[in-house]
Design a protein around this ligand. Structure first.
Ligand code: DLL
Length: 429
């Protein structure tokens, strides 16, 4: 089902016209209401009258996370506090959180894009959603909740964690859809297996997974353990929360549609900031075209992916590839750039390896070194751990170009997600 067919299948020229109108109105509004933008544009010698459409956006400076920090908490809001109806925040790894605000219209927009996303993921009105994203300052829980309600679903607001209780609810409340992080879906799948719960007895058909980078390796294991289809949902608090883009359940593996009538994407070179042609990998940058309280112009997400149109798709909106990782979390090991998803992706060749793994980064003398901890699938009981470690290490070396020690651990010993995002890298330098 397509939630908003007129918009989601709109032909590109019409979509551009809509984006351009929205962009011009936004620039004028921001120049009048947010001193940061006026100052930034004045300093760069930008006359917004000359930005006639999205194709001119590349002339405008980026907005970066540091700009948000510098104006903590409300300095970039374009509406007075009296118009704000909700505040969320994302906890940065360092320093103050990033604070975002929503007017009632923004919350309606949030509901709309999440409703679109849920439909795109296979959900339908009258289905029940087991919502295991965290409720609170994180946008996942309340964001999915609002969109599901708007779609006409019944929402079970389980939130993250308390896995035993989640299993009881999954068995007894009979939801057709679950949403959580991919790493938590792995945890739930494993716990079902360990407790002898037959996934065929569960009613869940769709798992809408996102909030952290993941690959086909995790998808395959979640789909197998829970007997679901598991499409990807992407988003970030600064842009709105979940529902910035969504993978269509019948087009898995081809990328996620960005709802570009509201969130205009660009991909730029990670070092130079130069716009890159569609299909090339770089940093994803968004301009929010319709948000009222906290609009962002050319926001540098730090997420690495590519964007492209897919003429074979039911919807017209541009797609983004899966996120390889965040530019600011990329490891540089002996001169080689490394994202943990690159290692994860290699596990597809090894049926005996589970999706539970961790990268340890250490420094020995002047040399950085990565150790890969993996767990075998419990079903492979007579596995030769030393042989597996050697094979994996060889594939890593030949594909990524780095020598890494691989250690095969006992099943159940590598940390699991307990409800939220899982840190796959432990940097001990
Ligand atoms: O994670 C919003 C969200 C909630 C998305 C639920 C999907 C589902 P933040 O906490 O602000 O917001 O974190 C945003 O998480 O910039 C990416 O680095 C990463 N991320 C989010 N979704 C995906 C995904 C929410 N599907 C940051 N794949 C983003 C890879 C993702 N990374």
């Amino acid at each position: 089902m397509i939630y908003n067919s007129d918009i989601e299948t709109m032909q590109l020229p019409d979509l551009r016209k809509l984006q351009n109108q929205r962009l011009q109105a936004l620039l004028i509004r921001l120049q009048q209401t947010v001193p940061f933008y006026k100052n930034q544009w004045d300093a760069a010698g930008i006359d917004i009258a000359e930005i006639s459409g999205v194709e001119d956006l590349h002339k405008v400076p980026f907005t970066k996370k540091t700009d948000l920090r510098d104006h903590y908490p409300y300095g970039l809001f374009a509406k007075p506090m009296g118009d704000i109806r909700r505040i969320h925040a994302s906890s940065g790894t360092t320093g103050k959180p990033t604070v975002v605000g929503y007017t009632q219209n923004d919350l309606n927009l949030f509901d709309e894009v999440v409703a679109r996303s849920l439909c795109c993921a296979g959900a339908q009105p009258e289905m029940t959603l087991h919502n295991a994203y965290g409720y609170g300052l994180f946008t996942g829980g309340l964001g999915m909740h609002g969109g599901a309600t708007k779609l006409g679903m019944a929402v079970i607001p389980v939130s993250g964690g308390m896995t035993e209780r989640q299993l009881t609810i999954l068995q007894d409340f009979k939801p057709q859809v679950i949403c959580c992080t991919p790493s938590y879906a792995l945890t739930l799948g494993e716990c079902c297996r360990d407790r002898g719960i037959d996934p065929h007895d569960l009613s869940v058909k769709y798992a809408v997974l996102g909030a952290e980078p993941w690959t086909e390796v995790v998808r395959q294991q979640v789909e197998e353990h829970l007997k679901v289809d598991a499409p990807n949902i992407y988003g970030l608090s600064e842009i709105i929360g979940p529902g910035v883009s969504q993978e269509e359940v019948t087009e898995k593996g081809t990328g996620s549609h960005i709802w570009e009538d509201h969130f205009f994407p660009e991909v730029v070179h990670k070092d130079t900031g130069e716009p890159l042609p569609n299909g090339e990998e770089g940093v994803l940058v968004f301009t929010t075209l319709t948000k009222e309280a906290f609009p962002l112009i050319r926001y540098w997400t730090n997420d690495i992916c590519s964007i492209y149109y897919d003429s074979g798709s039911r919807r017209s909106h541009i797609k983004m590839s899966t996120i390889k990782g965040r530019a600011d979390e990329m490891l540089i090991i002996r001169g080689v750039n490394l994202f943990h998803t690159q290692v994860e992706a290699l596990f597809t060749e090894f049926d005996e390896v589970s999706a539970n793994y961790q990268l340890l980064v250490d420094r020995e003398g002047n040399m950085d070194k990565v150790t890969v901890l993996v767990e075998p699938q419990p079903s492979f009981q007579d596995l030769n751990a030393a042989q597996l470690a050697t094979k994996l290490s060889l594939v890593i070396k030949s594909t990524i170009g780095l020598s890494m020690q691989v250690i095969v651990k006992d099943p159940g010993t590598i940390p699991r997600s307990e409800g939220g995002k899982l840190a796959r890298i432990v940097d001990r330098r």
